[in-house]
Design a protein around this ligand. Structure first.
Ligand SMILES: Cc1cc2nc3c(=O)[nH]c(=O)nc-3n(C[C@H](O)[C@H](O)[C@H](O)COP(=O)(O)OP(=O)(O)OC[C@H]3O[C@@H](n4cnc5c(N)ncnc54)[C@H](O)[C@@H]3O)c2cc1C
Length: 810
């Protein structure tokens, strides 16, 4: 077949993800050409085991996988090609009490997201899966709509569907270079010629990282060996559900009358560390029986028949894995019109259908169709540009695939990576660190004699008491938080005000020194960013956002600066340390170290001032995320230690304590402050989130998302964010189901404990298709499903702890 000289959209890679993306783009009527260097499916797709599970910890990603299932369900009929799809259900076993709690919590998550996940006794599970021994099984969960498919057949069916809607899929055509013109995407080079395109989609599996890197795009994935064995046939019924046995690190699936059994070793083997071999299509790696032995040993007691049946093959296939175990989707922040769909962590068959749909919409519309944050390419940042660091972290994530997913669990590998100048001081003071985007951040502080490690549990953890101590200091005296990891940007230029006014939903056209808390909205009115802007000069803003949102928020703001406006955005994260001083005695402490007038008259709430502390020029921001009087002190990094020491010396007699991120979490839950990524995000509008007060609708100033909000003010909302207080001593960690008058109406987006009120707190949306008002929300009687059991809960739309604004405002 002769290649065209151009196509509006070119997809590179004919695995399941490329074919699914082509299928969905073609269905939208887009001109699309897919180039595959060898044959369709010849990368990782052809040798996948074919289990298709759905449940993830995010509602949208679960729905994405649910979409895969609905697509696979109809694909054979639609295309006339067999897909091997069968909805035989999926079982998950629990072999100890902690795992049973985890499985019950997963069942609750499934219920929250509208999936029927049933809890079974060991015997009931065995009835569904008679081949197994249940001597150690405590219980199981069954998801009837899970299933399995033939990976190659599904992919070929997607390819046929794409072609029948006009897409061209060309095999034996490698893309050898991505062509740029003046730094912008122009097309691709192949051995048979150059092709121009407007949009390029990289679905090249393991090959994606290097191809993307050739034009400066970071795609943090690495190849890891993954093995499963295929047995001879021994009358295994074809309707046998898939089985996951996480305590034994293994999974199973029926395969032509025999079984497939694979697993996740704690000591995975990286592959192609020094570059991928070429060619490598329809190839496997050598079977590694020695390495698989540990999996086999775990499996035999579960399925004794495996002792007797012959092993047909031990498949060893390489697959791309990522540092957080989730795939990578979206438009590259480094280059407009280049999209990525890669890094599928051995669930690319399960997610291929939904991921292709979401990616196609992203390509077609230039924006994620809905909140895809857990898989969004912009969740990565600086440490991810180093492949060795990525590999280290990825191997840890792989090894933990089936280990218990503890609440608040931290990664251990690749640490410490990014350190605040205060790291050593904080460590000496007992800090127990967590990690975000490579940054070491104090989670909590152990006192002498206390074990300074996280001990994970589904009950109250060992840091519960220490966090309560820090919480109390913030409420009753003062607490100092090192928030150096905050992402910080400067927007500068003659059009800075006009540009930011367009991007921000709240007013930023305010005098120098004013701080604005604002959301940034998409055209649906959804919250893309939630951050603070300080006007530092007539032509300059200092923008502060969460550590994990550095890449995402920078990308959103930069892309939304209207064309032709003269305003430059610069990331200055590494230039400034941040010390947040909060608590009723914060003023007293701070006043001891600065000559600047800190009185409410001289330095009111919502203002930023330049003050001096111990020879250091400090930008002090009078704001709070914990509901107390206080300042965020932003200072050049080289002064951090000096200012930290001065504050502690001044604060010690007043009860000042070091405090960490877990205290911030409990403090903000009591105050009802929302967190982007859990409580608010692109699928939630400010009105739904109770943040409508921060939208400048009345101002007459144009801003992105305005029309959507104006319309919603007329139609009303179908969900409203509320705070819940659970009865009794239950543990809330998010995703618990909310019931209103006995009907499921949502799930908790955040959960935790409020040390001042002494109760478990949740935040979540109350949903009702017919509309939701404050009266509707407050008039219901509520229960929460926690680990599959219902508990009563009180609801409120007000903060649970409100130290009167007088106290905060001083
Ligand atoms: C042993 C094993 C078992 C698995 N079991 C399961 C399972 O049970 N369930 C599940 O959901 N997932 C499973 N997976 C994972 C699944 O196979 C992958 O996630 C999925 O196939 C990834 O699809 P892809 O399209 O991203 O990549 P690939 O299938 O690798 O496709 C990428 C394609 O891009 C092409 N390409 C690369 N570079 C270029 C270039 N420069 N020009 C042109 N073409 C190029 C390659 O030739 C390749 O065909 C398993 C994986 C392994 C290894």
């Amino acid at each position: 077949m002769t290649l065209p000289s151009s196509s509006k959209i070119i997809i590179i890679g004919g695995g399941i993800v490329g074919c699914s993306t082509a299928y969905h783009l073609a269905q939208m009527g887009k001109e699309v050409l897919l180039l595959e260097k060898a044959a369709l499916t010849s990368g990782s797709t052809w040798h996948a085991a074919g289990l298709v599970g759905q449940l993830r910890s995010s509602a949208n990603i679960t729905q994405l996988l649910g979409y895969s299932i609905s697509l696979y369900d109809r694909l054979e009929e639609e295309t006339g090609l067999a897909t091997g799809w069968k909805m035989n259900g999926g079982l998950r076993l629990a072999c100890n009490e902690e795992r049973w709690t985890e499985v019950k919590r997963q069942a609750t998550t499934a219920h929250s997201f509208g999936l029927d996940m049933q809890l079974l006794s060991a015997k009931e599970a065995q009835d569904l899966w008679p081949l197994m021994d249940i001597g150690d099984v405590v219980g199981a969960a069954f998801l009837p709509t899970d299933g399995q498919a033939s990976p190659s057949d599904i992919t070929q069916a997607l390819a046929r569907g794409a072609r029948s809607n006009g897409a061209q899929l060309v095999e034996q055509t490698p893309v050898t270079e991505i062509l740029l013109e003046k730094g912008k995407l122009a097309g691709v080079r192949t051995p048979t010629g150059d092709l121009a395109c407007e949009k390029l989609v990289l679905c090249c599996g393991q090959w994606t990282r290097d191809l993307a890197a050739s034009i400066g795009i970071t795609v943090p994935l690495v190849s890891v060996e993954h093995q499963y064995m295929v047995t001879e046939a021994f009358d295994v019924p074809s309707n046998l559900p898939t089985l996951r046995d996480p305590d034994r690190l293994t999974y199973y699936k029926e395969e032509v009358g025999g079984l497939i059994m694979g697993g996740y070793e704690p000591n995975p083997i990286p592959w192609a560390v020094n570059g991928l071999p070429e060619p490598f299509d329809f190839q496997l790696l050598d079977s590694d029986f020695d390495h698989f032995e540990q999996i086999m040993e775990l499996s035999l007691p579960r399925v004794p028949a495996l002792e007797r049946v012959g092993i047909k093959q031990l498949i060893n296939g390489p697959e791309s894995f990522t540092p957080d175990g989730n795939f990578i989707l979206g438009e590259a922040p480094e280059m407009e019109n280049v999209f990525i769909g890669a890094g599928f962590n051995a669930f690319g068959i399960a997610s291929g259908g939904g991921a292709g749909m979401a990616l196609a919409e992203w390509v077609a519309k230039g924006e994620a169709p809905f909140d895809l944050w857990p898989v969004d390419i912009r969740r990565f940042g600086r440490p991810h540009s180093d492949t060795d660091w990525v590999r280290t972290r990825t191997l840890e994530a792989y090894g933990k695939h089936y280990t218990m997913a503890w609440p608040a669990e931290e990664h251990d590998s690749g640490r410490p990576c990014r350190r605040s100048p205060l790291y050593d001081r904080l460590k000496e003071a007992g800090a127990v660190f967590g990690e975000k985007l490579g940054w070491e951040r104090p989670n909590w502080f152990a006192e002498p004699g206390e074990d300074g490690h996280d001990i994970y549990t589904f009950q109250r953890p060992n840091w519960h008491g220490p966090v309560g101590r820090e919480h109390k200091a913030a409420r009753e005296a003062a607490a100092l938080f090192d928030q150096t990891s905050f992402a910080k940007f400067i927007l500068k230029g003659p059009d800075a005000e006009a540009a930011l006014s367009w991007v921000a939903a709240n007013r930023v056209d305010r005098p120098v020194g004013a701080i604005t808390y604002t959301q940034m909205l998409n055209d649906r009115g959804g919250i893309e960013c939630d951050l603070t802007c300080v006007r530092t000069a007539l032509d300059e803003y200092y923008i502060v956002t969460g550590t994990g949102f550095a890449t995402h928020d920078f990308d959103w703001i930069r892309r939304n600066i209207p064309e032709g406006m003269n305003a430059q955005l610069v990331d200055v994260t590494s230039s400034f340390s941040v010390l947040s001083l909060f608590g009723p005695k914060a003023r007293e402490v701070l006043q001891k170290v600065t000559r600047s007038d800190l009185s409410n008259e001289a330095f009111p709430f919502g203002q930023a001032r330049q003050i001096g502390i111990a020879g250091c020029p400090v930008r002090a921001l009078r704001i709070t995320y914990v509901g107390e009087l206080g300042w965020e002190l932003h200072l050049p990094t080289e002064y951090a230690q000096t200012v930290y020491d001065a504050l502690h010396e001044a604060g010690r007699p007043l009860g000042l304590r070091n405090a960490g991120y877990r205290a911030i979490e409990t403090l903000r839950l009591e105050k009802g402050y929302r967190a982007w990524g859990s409580d608010i995000g692109p699928d939630h509008t400010p009105d739904e989130a109770g943040l409508g007060w921060a939208v400048k609708l009345k101002s007459g100033v144009a801003f992105r998302g305005r029309e959507a909000i104006a319309k919603q003010r007329e139609t009303g909302v179908a969900k409203l964010l509320a705070t819940f207080v659970a009865d009794g001593d239950v543990i809330l960690s998010g995703r618990e189901t909310i019931y209103r008058d006995g009907e499921r109406c949502g799930w908790l987006s955040s959960g935790g404990y409020g040390h001042t009120i002494g109760k478990s707190i949740g935040i979540g949306y109350v949903r009702n298709e017919g509309g939701v008002t404050k009266d509707y929300v407050l008039s219901g009687s509520y229960e929460l499903e926690v680990a599959a059991e219902r508990v009563k809960a009180e609801i409120t739309l007000s903060p649970l702890y409100d130290p009167t604004m007088e106290k905060i405002k001083g």
